[in-house]
Design a binder for this molecule. Structure first.
Ligand SMILES: *[C@@H]1O[C@H](CO)[C@@H](O)[C@H](O)[C@H]1NC(C)=O
Ligand SMILES: *[C@@H]1O[C@H](CO)[C@@H](O)[C@H](O)[C@H]1NC(C)=O
Length: 365
């Protein structure tokens, strides 16, 4: 009896999961870098109501609580990723992962936007290549030889993005047309793919590369590009042309990743369909508990979508809704914790990652 009991126990396969996570991106993933870098363009991120729901203090996350990356860490039993810029202070552990994402970051280098005369509106110059530079610097402290690094990164999950959304936001917000911006897509995609490629060359074998969200459902876009033309809106009240733009970016990215998979057959290059994962709740808000809908921001200073550029969330004249879990949109630009949780679930548990992640989650969230 005892023997068979022990036999049963030892027959249980060891838990398989990721040992560490490295994340790159923008405000959708930033857990504090932008705030640590000064947050000159967006100082309210350092104050409540940012962070009010989960952390009960502002952490530098552009939401009321946790982000997709936080839920992925939870799913694999890992600590929330410390922001890279906190490591300089010396009291953060980084062996289980680091977050290099910076709110406001673009995929393409800041210089490209300065050359196009819109550099001065960038929140940060910490583009993807800057974040990769930080990674390379950190890597030398994690492992030394190629074999050593290969062993370390074998069980690391690399999150590339979401990134690229800001490459379009900045020019859209200063009057760029969809037609003009379509010309940028190949450059943005090429930048994301080059970063992914570089990470693989550095030893990454499991990577999630994220596509863009449906920007036509975003309060800032809905406010800036509001039109009396009802045929500009889809059945969910989103701007069709802007959603089509996100889809265009995503389809180009998916094509480029296919080519990358052929080049690196040993790597698991996973596409994360943020668009599809988010579209579910834009399509059926009530089903996801968004009783106040998905288009109107929880925190803002009024207007049809509660986004008012002169009284944005955190500024005088704005206020946060009583229960952020009834809203998908947090501050007009970013989503609420609950919305990010639904996206994370759609990625980790499927079906919005293709191919699927190598390891199933060990925790529910
Ligand atoms: C970005 O770089 C430009 C040019 O080097 C500089 O003028 C600007 O202050 C930088 N912006 C930020 C937010 O650091
Ligand atoms: C209204 O929007 C539709 C769909 O975007 C577009 O095809 C049409 O040209 C627009 N009409 C006007 C008058 O702008």
């Amino acid at each position: 009896m005892i023997i068979s009991c022990l036999g049963t126990v030892s027959a249980t396969p060891p838990l398989k999961y990721y040992d560490s996570i490295f994340s790159f991106g923008d405000s959708l993933a930033d857990t504090g870098n932008f705030l640590l870098s000064g947050a000159l363009a967006f100082p309210v991120i350092g104050e409540l109501p940012y962070g009010e729901t989960y952390f009960h203090r502002a952490t530098g996350r552009c939401s009321n609580g946790r982000l997709v990356v936080d839920f992925i860490a939870e799913a694999y039993g890992l600590p929330y990723l410390p922001p890279y810029l906190a490591l300089a202070k010396g009291n953060e552990k980084f062996e289980q992962g680091v977050n290099f994402a910076v709110a406001g970051a673009t995929a393409m280098d800041a210089k490209i936007f300065y050359d196009r005369k819109i550099g001065q509106i960038l929140w940060t110059n910490d583009s993807l290549s800057v974040q990769l530079g930080w990674f390379k610097k950190l890597k030398s402290t994690l492992c030394s030889t190629k074999e050593d690094c290969a062993k370390y990164f074998k069980k690391s999950l690399f999150l590339v993005g979401e990134i690229g959304g800001n490459d379009y936001n900045y020019p859209f917000f200063v009057g760029g047309s969809i037609k003009q911006l379509k010309a940028l897509v190949p450059l943005v995609v090429e930048t994301i793919v080059a970063a992914t490629s570089m990470l693989i060359e550095e030893g990454a074998v499991e990577l999630i590369v994220a596509g863009n969200l449906p920007i036509g459902c975003n309060a800032v876009y809905l406010t800036l590009f509001r039109t009396p033309n009802i045929s500009a809106y889809d059945q969910n009240g989103c701007l069709k042309a802007y959603n089509a733009f996100s889809k265009y970016h995503n389809s180009q990215l998916k094509l480029a990743l296919e080519t990358l998979r052929q080049k690196y057959p040993h790597a698991n290059i996973i596409y994360a369909d943020y668009y599809g994962a988010a579209k579910r709740f834009f399509h059926a808000p009530k089903h996801y508990g968004f009783s106040e809908g998905t288009l109107v921001a929880c925190c803002g200073g009024g207007g049809p979508y509660n986004f008012n550029n002169s009284a944005r969330c955190g500024h005088t004249g704005s206020r946060a809704c009583l229960d952020p879990s009834t809203h998908a949109n947090w501050d007009g630009v970013h989503l609420t914790e609950v919305a990010y949780r639904h996206i994370a679930m759609g990625l980790v548990k499927g079906p919005f990652t293709s191919p699927p992640l190598t390891f199933p989650p060990i925790n529910d969230f």
